[in-house]
Design a protein around this ligand. Structure first.
Ligand code: ZN
Ligand code: FE
Length: 250
């Protein structure tokens, strides 16, 4: 079985949809709009549309793409009534098959109640839950829920490639450096990200290991971050909540 090929597709101002293709299957993850997806397909037929959560900038292309391609729409069972055109509802603990490729579903609520991540061999699509050096806003959940959802993602192997829903990386890196300016991995990543963006290149994918070393939302035990927040003895969720509050105001 040939390995899956993954291609980012820029949509709207800063969204990423992704084409995932293998033998006899071709999916798009989180199509914001149909146009850029059709361009990237170059005549190929879509078999599946995968949605990580219900927001319009991740599902806006469902209707038109489903109609054109007859693709099967797969999304979170818990949010069935908010996913346009959904055919297959998936949930944590129950696998789903993309052609011959087994896919694991992780339930990662907090950005939205029903948010899920699709775990392919060596790749995870995290939607707006985990970003490069960031995490999603807490629209439908608490800091404790997001902290737990991120912890679930961190159980994946360090070399797992992370494909997130937006190109927010440069701004996320700037924020991260306000909390942890002494983090050498973060300094190096900022340089790499700034260089990529200056050339108009995407900063995805990231990896679980790189996120562990540079994403402040995953680094609630960092002494430097705790000192910056004056929360040396607080528990991890309190530290997480304060980082999220500061990022909301950044
Ligand atoms: Zn969203
Ligand atoms: Fe989004």
């Amino acid at each position: 079985m040939a390995p899956l090929r993954i291609e980012p597709v820029g949509c709207l101002a800063d969204n990423y949809a992704y084409l995932v293709s293998g033998d006899a299957v071709c999916a798009v993850v989180d199509p914001s709009e149909p146009g850029p997806v059709e361009t990237a397909l170059k005549g190929r037929q879509l078999t599946h549309i995968l949605n990580t959560h219900h927001h319009w900038d991740h599902t806006g292309g469902n209707g038109a793409l489903k109609q054109t391609h007859g693709a099967v729409v797969v999304g979170p069972q818990k949010d069935r009534d908010r996913i346009p055109g959904i055919d297959v509802g998936v949930e944590g603990g129950r696998g789903w098959s993309f052609g011959a490729h087994p896919v694991r579903i992780l339930e990662v609520p907090a950005h939205t109640r029903g948010a899920i991540a699709f775990v392919f061999p060596n790749a995870v699509f995290t939607g707006d839950t985990l970003f490069a050096m960031g995490c999603g806003r807490l629209f439908e959940g608490t800091p404790a829920m997001m902290h737990a959802s991120l912890a679930k993602l961190m159980t994946l192997p360090d070399d797992t490639q992370v494909y997130c829903g937006h190109e927010y990386t440069l701004n996320n890196a700037r924020f991260a450096l306000t909390l942890e300016p002494g983090n050498k991995d973060l300094q190096a990543r900022m340089r790499a990200v700034a260089a990529a963006r200056a050339k108009g290149e995407p900063t995805v994918p990231s990896s679980i290991g790189l996120e562990k070393r540079t994403n402040p939302f995953l680094r609630t035990s960092s002494a430097e971050i705790r000192a910056a927040l004056n929360l040396e003895t607080a528990d991890a969720v309190e530290v997480f909540a304060e980082i999220r509050r500061r990022k909301d105001a950044f």
